[in-house]
Design a protein around this ligand. Structure first.
Ligand code: FAD
Ligand code: SF4
Ligand code: SF4
Length: 436
């Protein structure tokens, strides 16, 4: 497990030549509207945000075709939900890595790429030495230093601002471990970046917020929030917490103090982003469809190459599925409609919570059905929150697949909310005009 003290030696602003891990000084972010500071606004040509940003006018079908050779196919099972993929797997490293969020597949892939010399450098996040939850973008060249980057940090940080220092150092073959809003911008600009080879290891991401706000949440979960070292929303409807003294605690979702969080706890970006499963990565490493194990979506040939690098280290099997999602998703949408309209969430009586908390892992959606449910919930949040808070964005920001996911629940585009005709595609000059 990486402690903040270990990480202090990890963050070297001077240069990675000696330490194998480097956090270069970065330019300031340019002011933007909907923005998760992926780093592009800090590069020499900050205007590229207009073409690169997931929050302006994303074109998923075009980028899916550019990266994977084809856009997602509604006739293939699960592609509307999860994007294009060749194989989905339930997976785990046979020897889980200490400090990893799950078993450490994401960071082990990066480590293997460096060990084998396939890439010159990896761009990823290390923990801030003063705050283990705060992500700090780093360039790693020594495979042994990838261990310092394991585990989930909460918040977003300018990963793509590292592209220029990496290029200046002469690195030509790179790997990037990133969340979806970072990977979208990376792929949108990939052709002009001029790297010889790029490997993209993606994780799903949802319900992110700033690191500062995340600390408010931790403070509601424990009297000693500074001792919490690990948090995960597991697919069995429990939040798992681990503490510095080695103890652990599980809290059923239903007993979380969600109603105590302020309405703006999650920024609008993270309530409305449209790519939960990181569809433009070569391989997505998550857990949602894994029923307690990890969940891999191998999306293209390069993703296959990555999984092959793990050889016998990884156990792979077909993912399972169970339960029915429709009722849970419909209930979630009702509550989201109330929340988006500023009304209090309709909550269950306290006496019923333990019973429902016990029942949910047993009769609720499981495995792939759980993942599908989460995708549909997220899509409904996108529509309902944007409709309320930034309606002018909808036409350009909400792709077709989101409308497909919410259609079974009666959520239909209202006039002007959907890009319909060819002359309304991004770049045609007929957009909403809501730039960054
Ligand atoms: C905010 C957030 C929300 C997530 N929500 C889901 C979800 O709903 N469903 C799901 O299936 N998976 C989700 N994930 C991914 C999941 O938590 C694991 O990261 C993933 O399953 C990989 O586990 P691992 O053991 O292989 O990772 P590890 O081997 O521990 O490696 C994790 C990698 O992710 C990088 N990383 C950690 N935090 C960040 C960050 N904030 N920004 C960018 N990179 C980061 C690390 O630097 C490291 O390279 C989320 C991740 C984040 C950061
Ligand atoms: S591309 Fe989007 S998320 Fe990235 S810096 Fe620009 S406005 Fe922000
Ligand atoms: S929830 Fe979406 S917008 Fe927010 S950090 Fe994650 S991918 Fe980016």
């Amino acid at each position: 497990m990486t402690t903040p003290e270990d990480a202090a030696s990890a963050i070297d602003p001077q240069g990675e030549a000696e330490t194998g891990l480097w956090a270069p000084p970065l330019a300031a972010a340019a002011p933007r509207g909907l923005c998760t500071d992926c780093g592009i606004s800090r590069t020499a040509d900050a205007k590229r945000c207009g073409a690169a940003c997931q929050f302006i006018a994303p074109d998923y079908p075009a980028l899916e075709a550019a990266v994977h050779g084809r856009a997602r196919d509604p006739d293939r099972p699960d592609e509307v939900h999860f994007g294009p993929f060749r194989r989905m797997l339930r997976a785990g490293l046979k020897t889980p890595r200490p400090g990893a969020q799950w078993t450490g597949i994401a960071s082990r892939l990066a480590e293997r790429l460096l060990e084998t010399g396939i890439v010159d450098a990896v761009l990823t996040m290390a923990p801030d030495p003063q705050d283990r939850w705060r992500p700090v973008p780093v360039i790693v060249t020594d495979p042994a230093r990838i261990a310092d980057c394991r585990g989930m940090k909460m918040g977003y940080a300018p990963l793509l601002a590292l592209l220029e220092p990496a290029r200046e150092r002469g690195y030509r073959r790179l790997a990037i471990v990133g969340i979806p809003c970072q990977v979208y911008a990376l792929r949108a600009l990939e052709a002009e970046l001029g790297f010889e080879r790029l490997y993209v290891i993606g994780t799903p991401c949802s319900d992110n917020t700033t690191t500062e706000r995340f600390h408010e949440f931790l403070a509601l979960l424990s009297e000693r929030p500074e001792t919490i070292t690990y948090l995960e929303f597991r697919a069995d409807y429990q939040v798992e917490l681990r503490f510095e003294d080695g103890s652990a605690r599980e809290i059923p979702f239903l007993q979380l103090p969600i109603s105590k969080l302020p309405g703006d706890f999650f920024p609008l970006t993270c309530r409305t982003c449209v790519d939960y499963t990181n569809v433009l990565a070569d391989v997505t490493v998550g857990y949602m469809g894994g029923e307690g194990r990890q969940w891999l979506l191998v999306r293209n040939e390069r993703g296959e190459e990555l999984v092959d690098l793990l050889g016998e280290e990884v156990a792979l099997e077909a993912p399972g599925t169970g339960g029915k999602r429709k009722g849970s998703v419909a209930g979630f949408i009702k509550n989201t409609e109330r929340a988006a309209g500023g009304l209090p969430l309709r909550s269950m009586p306290d006496w019923l919570r333990p019973l429902v908390g016990w029942l949910m892992p047993r009769i609720g959606p499981r495995g792939l059905e759980f993942a599908r449910a989460r995708l549909e919930m997220k899509a409904s949040e996108t529509v309902l929150h944007l409709r309320r808070q930034a309606p002018a964005r909808m036409k350009n920001m909400v792709p077709d697949h989101v409308w497909r996911l919410v259609a079974p629940y009666g959520l239909e585009p209202e006039p002007g909310e959907r890009r319909g005709t060819e002359d309304e595609r991004p770049g045609s000059g007929s957009g909403s005009g809501s730039g960054p």
